[in-house]
Design a protein around this ligand. Structure first.
Ligand code: PLP
Length: 398
């Protein structure tokens, strides 16, 4: 990790766990062989893939043969939804209006190709799905599939997936969940919540970027996005990213241990950050229902303080975090998640997403909180609370 930077952006990506790096290294050096080759050296590599598949399955309560490795979470989402659409032929798509672009753009593209109407169910002010609207949407004729994220990447709000799944089951509609922000941060178990398809991504749980997985419930059909050599039981062709997959397997094993032992620590640190900020500043507002947030996420608005300027100054002060709103050509606009939650423009423009991981220390939280408090005061002291047009990166991508 870059030393001296206070990293509070773990929903964008996480640092790779040193134990994960250690597990991967032999597959970048000695065990470089193609797992599909016939000689003994390749068998070691095949066995490593098998082990990783079992480790990922174990984390989410699945069977190893239900896991398909992919190149990222975006690919997992695309594969699930494109496959569902191809198998169903036509129909409505029911999702929520706070989904990640890796779900929304797929459905928009399907709609453009004449597959059917994309219906996005709204959320309440606390950021949770409006269940009556979800049920109403599913009760319509010809619903092809439903997809609801497990937890939102901006606010960390956990969605009522079990209930949403139940309605989908009652309507006979296949159900996918984008659990990319949830897996490794909170308990996700497909025996307890028996979804049909579930997407996860390595770089959100201390594995490297460029590797993900799709859970496909046993007995269900899946059509491949990538056709070719027939790797991953024919579901995902392309010579495997062996080191990445081994890393994801190790990360899954470590995440399981962490969830069993230490989940509370990150939540306690997040709460400490929140308390410290509220102690040092007036005019703060937590966005999203406190009781249903991921333990690592704090989404907060600072009255009379534009996040765009705040982010630049925080970066200079050595704090890495995200704005809660998106920016196009230097002009701030609320993100689709904030629009869905009914935020005023002012609240949306003044919000930050602060996200921790099991590698975040109390010392980092203290330094981060102190820097945020000092910087907010500085921005507020500038007339209007803003520092002019600045470019910030959008949470649409993370
Ligand atoms: N879905 C959600 C909820 C995410 O937060 C992200 C990443 O930010 C993605 C999908 C895309 O995952 P990946 O970066 O692995 O493609």
């Amino acid at each position: 990790m870059v030393k001296d930077i206070v990293y509070l952006d773990s929903n964008a990506t996480t640092c790779v766990d040193p134990e994960v790096v250690e597990a991967m290294l032999p597959f970048l050096t000695d065990h470089f062989h193609n797992p599909s080759s016939g000689y003994r050296a390749a068998k070691v590599v095949r066995q490593a893939l098998d082990k990783a598949r079992a480790q990922v399955a174990e984390l989410i309560g699945a069977q190893p043969e239900e896991i398909v490795f992919t190149g990222c979470g975006t690919e997992s989402n695309n594969m699930a939804l494109e496959s569902l659409s191809a198998l169903r032929g036509e129909g409505r798509m029911v999702t929520s209006n706070i989904e990640h672009s890796a779900v929304l753009r797929v459905c928009e593209s399907l709609e453009d190709r004449g597959f059917g109407q994309h219906y996005k169910v709204g959320v309440d002010e606390g950021g949770q799905l409006k269940m009556e609207m979800w049920e109403a949407a599913l009760s319509k004729d010809k619903v092809a599939f439903a997809s609801l994220m497990w937890a939102n990447n901006e606010t960390g709000i956990v969605q009522p997936v079990a209930e949403a799944l139940e309605s989908a089951r009652a309507a006979g509609v296949p159900f996918h969940t984008d659990a990319i922000q949830a897996v490794g941060k909170t308990q996700v178990d497909v025996r307890e919540v028996p979804v049909d398809f579930l997407s996860l991504s390595g770089h959100k749980l201390h594995a490297p970027k460029g590797v993900g997985a799709l859970y496909v419930r046993s007995g269900l059909r899946l059509l491949p996005l990538l056709k070719g050599g027939g790797q991953e039981a024919g579901y995902r062709s392309g010579t495997e990213n062996v080191a990445g997959i081994v890393g994801l397997g190790k990360a899954a094993e470590l995440a399981k241990q962490y969830l069993e032992e230490g989940e509370q620590n990150v939540e306690a640190l997040r709460n400490y950050l929140e308390t410290r900020l509220f102690g040092g500043l007036e005019g703060l507002q937590v966005n999203g229902e406190r009781g249903v947030r991921l333990g690592n996420t704090l989404h907060v608005s600072f009255k009379d303080c534009e996040a765009a300027g705040l982010l630049v100054l925080l970066d200079q002060a050595g704090v890495a975090c995200s704005s809660g709103s998106a920016c196009m050509t230097g002009k701030q606009r609320p993100s689709h998640v904030q629009v869905a939650m009914g935020f005023t423009e002012e609240r949306a423009k003044s919000s930050l997403r602060l996200s921790l991981s099991r590698f975040t220390t109390a010392e980092e939280v203290e330094r981060g909180a102190d820097a945020i408090i000092a910087t907010v005061k500085k921005v507020r002291s500038v007339q209007g609370g803003g520092v002019g047009p600045v470019v910030v990166y959008s949470n649409d991508q993370s």
